[in-house]
Design a protein around this ligand. Structure first.
Ligand code: GTP
Ligand code: MG
Length: 194
């Protein structure tokens, strides 16, 4: 099992030519601005402040690389689809990030993070469809689980499952606040990396 606590920051890349050499597998984290990508990584690696988090959408504006146990890269991506995000960040998805996902040969999984409270938005669906088309591994994670009562979780998750066309064992329920789902996430990620 990968020890996610053995983590180090590598580089904040603003262009493909700045990416580290593709010498080990990598997992990227994608989703709408403010959905909780950076928070999820912090919880996964047990470091509250490794990645900068903000209540203001558009916090992450580059591809932030971290190594885990010197054998796996984690890549925190800028978010998409938020009206208030600066234009500069919106353009990133069409250019830098799309070509990163398409061309990065060591990218074995894109974790697509969705807010469990909300229906799938068209940009989320576009991303999922596109990942399937280009044949990159996909792991949906429904986060902010702590924000809905236990009794309503199943219905929310089932609605997202249906929209994305996934089975319950192909996605993870998660909360960066409580750490719920962390073991399941580690287990699911391991399947992509092996
Ligand atoms: P961008 O970098 O702007 O795209 O955002 P992001 O997706 O990286 O989101 P970030 O991790 O910065 O979190 C956005 C806000 O949501 C912050 O205020 C977090 O504290 C909050 N948040 C993230 N995950 C959770 C969660 O699981 N539960 C709760 N209650 N809040 C969360
Ligand atoms: Mg972020």
């Amino acid at each position: 099992m990968v020890d996610f606590s053995q983590v180090e920051f590598v580089i904040s890349a603003h262009a493909l030519k700045q990416l580290p050499a593709p010498v080990m597998p990598e997992i990227a984290f994608a989703g709408r601005s403010n959905v909780g990508k950076s928070s999820l990584i912090n919880t996964l690696v047990n470091r509250r402040k490794l990645v900068k988090v903000s209540s203001r959408p558009g916090k992450t504006q580059s591809l932030n690389y971290f190594t885990v146990e010197n054998g796996l890269y984690l890549v925190d991506l800028p978010g998409y689809g938020f009206a208030k995000v600066p234009k500069k960040v919106k353009g990133l998805w069409q250019t830098l990030i799309a070509s990163y996902i398409k061309t990065r040969e060591t990218l074995c999984c894109v974790v697509v993070i969705l807010d469990i409270r909300h229906p799938v938005k068209s940009l989320d669906m576009d991303l999922v469809t596109w990942l399937r088309d280009v044949g990159v591994g996909l792991l949906p994670v429904y986060t902010k689980l702590d924000k809905i009562p236990r009794g309503k979780r199943h219905a929310h998750a089932a609605a997202l499952d249906t929209a994305l066309g996934v089975n319950p064992d192909e996605r993870v329920l998660f909360s960066a606040k409580t750490g719920e789902g962390k073991e399941d996430l580690i287990f699911c990620l391991a399947k992509f990396v092996s």
